[in-house]
Design a protein around this ligand. Sequence first.
Ligand code: FE
Length: 335
Amino acid sequence: MLRKIISVLLTLAVILQAAGEVNVYSHRHYAADKKLFKAFEEQTGIRVNVVKASSSELINRLAKEGMHSPADVLITVDVGRLYKAKQLGLLKPLRSDYMVSVIPENLRDAEGYWYGLTKRARVIAYSLDRVDPKTLSTYEALAGDAYKGRLLIQKSSNIYNQSLLASMIAHRGAEKAKAWAAGIVENFARTPTGDDRDQMRAVAAGIGDVAVVNTYYIGQLLNSRRFSDRAVAEVIGVFFPNQQGRGTHINISGIGVTASSKHEANARRFVEFLAGEAAQRVFAEVNYEYPVNRNVAPSELLKSWGVFKEDAIALERLGEHNAEAVRLFDEAGWH
Ligand code: FE
């Protein structure tokens, strides 16, 4: 009898473990994710527990918790933070033939410590009234005299800007990158404040004429419940810089399995699910992001902005140059 009970309990334990849970530390702050996590739970029976905070907070928390951390995966909105998490020993490699086959090489860590989940381009959003797109060309040109007092962009503490400057360091060297940052500071339409959407709101309000923003925020404004935000999107054009040269800067939102993960099989299913075709379409349709999966096409809205040449740099190189980018911003007086 006892043996029978033990055998039943063991079977139950195996079943529970098979379903179980996956614990997510996420910096993604978009509605698409909630929808996807629910779909994953329904499809697999694996419960998704989410802790949301900024990447820095999550990384500090992982470091403090060490191997006792309940987290199984870390999701960030920029490659720089994933790179840092890897450097700090907070991630472990996930070997997945599926991920390697569907995600382009430059959008994942060479050793499998992290993978891109969505892609975004950092573009120029310009006033349709006051800017002729034929006069736009490169990020570099925005630092020239023609844009004095006309440029809107976030603070340098913004990781999207840090990665943009890191890409310039990688392509053109620290000296030119710093000169660019100083030129941008000269052209500020105002002291940087707010997020990417606020930069476009300021263009619509006439505070400046050009803003540097991530593509999906334009989609968010266009589809906003607020009339005032839809009105902002209507007076703004989208321009992909550096098309004659290295291509427009792109970044990823990505995921890595934590070093402490106790549900590795679930973590793998979760990561592969989010990179799968159905989930990639949700990221594209609900949050206006570019899919990273080669087999999924961008949404109609993104297609309407046109195809563009992407900067093909391996994104891990942006992580390598992050600390230097932060220092150069400081030296250039971009706060
Ligand atoms: Fe964002």
